[in-house]
Write a protein that binds this ligand. Structure first.
Ligand code: SAM
Length: 253
């Protein structure tokens, strides 16, 4: 069946078998794992991965691709024709391992959507734009360190596994990709996402300015042990938790 790749669904299909095998090695599937693949496309990763599993669930938005997947008549695979951004990942009873070569245009909102289900997720292996992976795994002091790094690392141990060249895809994307492995922390740095998101957003609102400037009247130096003459990019995850708690104390309604 011919399928014209749709830009609006971020369709760049994997055609490099070596990369597919490397992704499967990163996932290290076990037969009874409850794996959910987001955006299976024509099944480049789906069918080789299913070989290792008793069962695999996939979520695909594009109806035309659903027909291509269904035509294989693979009894191990359950196909959901849904938007992953609106998908209820709590509908599965067992803990999940989530994988996917994600559509780049929705990668950040999708990661934030998945954060809502973190207690039900063992780990996630994703192909993403290399630059986004670098931001997620970045350490304090680096230019990639920002909101996404702090929020994701508060809940997951994050690792850039390997770079995937453009010519591994058809059509070729304009940017390089990388494989990201996220393992849910057994003890997250914070319980709730919202207060952390709030402080991180404020702190990074003007990257080049000091924390004192970004936090303005909402928190002054006498109200926190964190040195507010620094920029947000110098703060460790633990520093952000301290800052969050101090900020919450001052700004409770
Ligand atoms: N996994 C395939 C591969 O590696 O060849 C396809 C990867 S392609 C980069 C992204 C896939 O995600 C496409 O099949 C696209 O239709 C699908 N997709 C895009 N937006 C989606 C959404 N909101 N929910 C579910 N799938 C989506």
């Amino acid at each position: 069946m011919a399928h014209k790749p749709r830009k609006r669904f971020g369709q760049n299909f994997l055609v490099d078998h070596q990369v597919i095998n490397q992704i499967i090695s990163t996932i290290a599937p076990k037969r009874d794992d409850n794996i959910i693949e987001i955006g299976p496309g024509k099944g480049a990763l789906t069918f080789p991965l299913a070989e290792y599993l008793e069962h695999l669930s996939v979520i695909e938005i594009d109806r035309d691709l659903i027909s291509i997947l269904e035509a294989q008549n693979n009894q191990k695979i359950s196909i959901y024709n849904s938007d992953a951004l609106a998908f209820d990942f709590n509908q599965f009873s067992e803990k999940l391992r989530i994988v996917g070569n994600l559509p780049y245009n929705i990668s950040s909102p999708l990661l934030f959507h998945l954060l809502n289900y973190k207690d039900n997720i063992i780990d996630m292996t994703f192909m993403l734009q290399k630059e986004v992976v670098e931001r997620i795994v970045a350490s304090p002091g680096s230019k990639s360190y920002g909101r996404l790094s702090v929020v994701m690392q508060a809940f997951f141990d994050a690792e850039l596994m390997f770079i995937v060249p453009k010519d591994s895809f058809d059509p070729q994307p304009k940017i390089e990709s990388a494989i990201l492995y996220l393992k849910t922390k057994s003890i997250p740095l914070v319980q709730n996402l919202k207060p952390l998101e709030n402080i991180v957003k404020l702190a990074f609102s003007q990257r080049r300015k000091t924390l004192k400037n970004c936090l303005k009247s909402k928190l002054n130096q006498s109200q926190t042990k964190i040195d507010l003459s620094q920029r947000a990019e110098m703060l460790t995850l633990e520093n952000f938790v301290t800052l969050m708690n101090d900020y919450e104390k001052q700004n409770r309604n």
